[in-house]
Design a protein around this ligand. Structure first.
Ligand code: C2E
Ligand code: CA
Ligand code: CA
Ligand code: CA
Length: 276
């Protein structure tokens, strides 16, 4: 039994070594990926349910790996976060997103100004450099602060809520909107809303996925909308893949929505075609 245990241990440690090795390799490949032109920003349209109008876009990072093709951000963002690379990549995404949003506005001045929403990782918030960086990007690109949103997950504000709310208040004081992402998936979403100042919540797509079939998910979604509205904050539903989901969210008073049924993430140029 002892021998088997030892083999077992060796097997697991080998598998672990391989996982570590893969991460280390990915980290090396990710380093310099921006300079090599492998990273880009895609935009997914966000619509207002009340009048079905396009009102903004979420910026989503894309990595085109030279051999592996598209690598999911769900995989590489984590590596970037753990290794600290996000502290150089994050600011690039912010800069590009502000620049692209400003371009749309210059090229299509008749269109109601659109917002661009940028994901900010826990590490980026913790570093404390976010407000300064945001101010610099707005100044450099000329994008009005009211047209920039930042999205944070609960994990970004957990731990040091005082630090987080100080930074977020500074962003909000210049007019940038703050969204709580993946709302409903954490355990303490409600208590955060009491202590951390946000302009809105994004209902996680796991709720939206079953909203037509599962009465509990519909009840939770409806409750989140009602609660957010009573606090004076906006609600976005993500992962809308069917017309029926859109219809029921609209009926329940949800403010904004995004999802494959409304539009997939696409390049800045392809996104601009929606504005014509
Ligand atoms: P997220 O912030 O929740 O972004 C929404 C994700 O849902 C995106 O995945 C988007 O492509 C996908 N999605 C949109 N509509 C639908 C739909 O109708 N159905 C389904 N099943 N999925 C939909 P993506 O682009 O793979 O990004 C995954 C995650 O990676 C993001 O989740 C976000 O947490 C992170 N991420 C992406 N870009 C950045 C970035 O620039 N910075 C940081 N820190 N994180 C990022
Ligand atoms: Ca997001
Ligand atoms: Ca989300
Ligand atoms: Ca369910």
């Amino acid at each position: 039994a002892k021998v088997a245990g030892k083999n077992c241990y060796r097997f697991y440690s080998r598998a672990m070594d391989q996982a570590v090795e893969r991460r280390v390799r990915m980290e090396q490949e990710l380093r310099g990926a921006w300079e090599r032109g492998e990273l880009s920003v895609a935009y997914q349209p966000v619509y207002r349910l009340r009048d079905n109008r396009l009102v903004g876009a979420e910026a989503l990072l894309r990595w085109h790996h030279p051999e592996q093709g598209m690598v999911s951000p769900a995989v590489f963002i984590d590596v970037a976060e753990q290794s600290g690379l996000i502290e150089t990549i994050g600011p690039q995404v912010l800069r590009v997103a502000c620049r692209d949003a400003m371009r749309w506005q210059n090229e299509f001045p008749t269109v109601e100004p659109l917002f661009v929403s940028v994901n900010v990782s826990p590490r980026q918030l913790r570093s404390g450099e976010l407000p300064g960086l945001v101010e610099a990007c707005l100044r450099e690109t000329g994008l009005p602060a009211s047209q920039l949103h930042v999205e944070l997950t609960e994990t970004a504000v957990i731990g040091d809520e005082l630090h987080a709310s100080t930074l977020l208040s500074r962003l909000r004081s210049i007019g940038v909107k703050v969204w709580l992402d993946d709302f409903g998936t954490g355990f303490s979403g409600l208590s955060h809303l009491r202590r951390v100042p946000v302009d809105g919540v994004k209902i996680d797509r796991s709720f939206i996925a079953d909203v037509l079939r599962d009465p509990d998910d519909l009840a939770l979604t409806t409750a989140i909308i009602a609660m957010a509205h009573s606090l004076g904050i906006t609600v976005v539903a993500e992962g809308v893949e069917k017309e029926g989901q859109y219809a029921i969210l609209r009926e329940r008073g949800c403010d904004l929505a995004q999802g494959y049924w409304l539009g997939h993430p696409s390049s800045a140029q392809d996104f601009a075609r929606l504005l014509i």
